[in-house]
Design a protein around this ligand. Sequence first.
Ligand code: NAD
Length: 307
Amino acid sequence: MRQIQKAAVLGSGVMGSGIAAHLANIGIPTLLLDIVPRELIQEEKDKGLTLEDKKVRNRISEEALQKLLKQKPAPLTSKNNLSLIEPGNLEDDLSRLKEADWIIEVVVENLAVKKQLFESVDKHRKQGSIVSSNTSGISVEAMSEGRSEDFRKHFLGTHFFNPPRYLKLLEIIPTKDTDQEVLSFMMEFGENRLGKGVVEAKDTPNFIGNRIGTYGLLITVREMLKGSYSIGEVDSITGPLIGRPKSATFRTLDVVGLDTFIHVANNVYDQVEETEKDVFKVPDFMVKMRENGWLGSKSGQGFFLKQ
Ligand code: NAD
């Protein structure tokens, strides 16, 4: 009988830390691994510490991850739960993946980065463990190309919505190689242990939620530009006035992260027919904001946030 006694979350950004917090809150010990953030490496260098020293690298990573964990929009309910999350380094701690019954990849929305990570996961996981991706819409099948048979049988998409602790929807996306046992287990586990509303989605660009969500959001922005409305007016109309106090258009983008949103929109843009491309083209002002690093909550500057 399959059980998830321990999980590993790869990537501790907006979603990874939230998913790890959710797992800890339901009592599942979780490894939370990430690469070492550059600014911390610089800080340590400034202090004259050498990065070749493995102990130093691990310490940086641990401090960084603890910091990230505390900042997230999904705070843990108690210190006990926090102790169920063990932070670590994606470079040094991959061999610990064999401890996990479920490995969830939550790194940046980029096929090449994800594929490279899955190659390492394939080498270090234990046979039979479930591996999933939290991608917003990259082809799940494409991510598993080149992987071992056991990996492919146990691989699927598990797409949480932001913030993962509060939003109920969980899309589950099998590939043609996913074992029926793995799919059935995840559907049941998602519903009964994770407490989500689970939907099985096809492996089409951006699946269901984000295909509709990206479409709606970009149409709204286009209408705003055409009608010369302000960002405040749009958020008022698409938020409080229709009974969605927190999830209006631009406030949602601040929470999601503009870099992630643009990756997601470009992913559909690249894959839809010419006739649909206009809708999924990200407006220039958003691209400029991303270039300036105005990404929303994660960078401290966005549509409603000012550094
Ligand atoms: P994020 O930018 O907040 O975090 C990404 C993390 O990946 C960072 O901590 C980064 O250090 C890490 N990472 C690990 N290895 C990396 C590498 N080799 N190169 C670059 N970064 C690396 O992103 P996020 O918003 O948490 O998104 C993560 C995944 O979840 C993406 O696939 C995204 O599409 C998906 N997702 C995001 C949202 C959202 O609202 N933000 C919602 C659902 C799904």
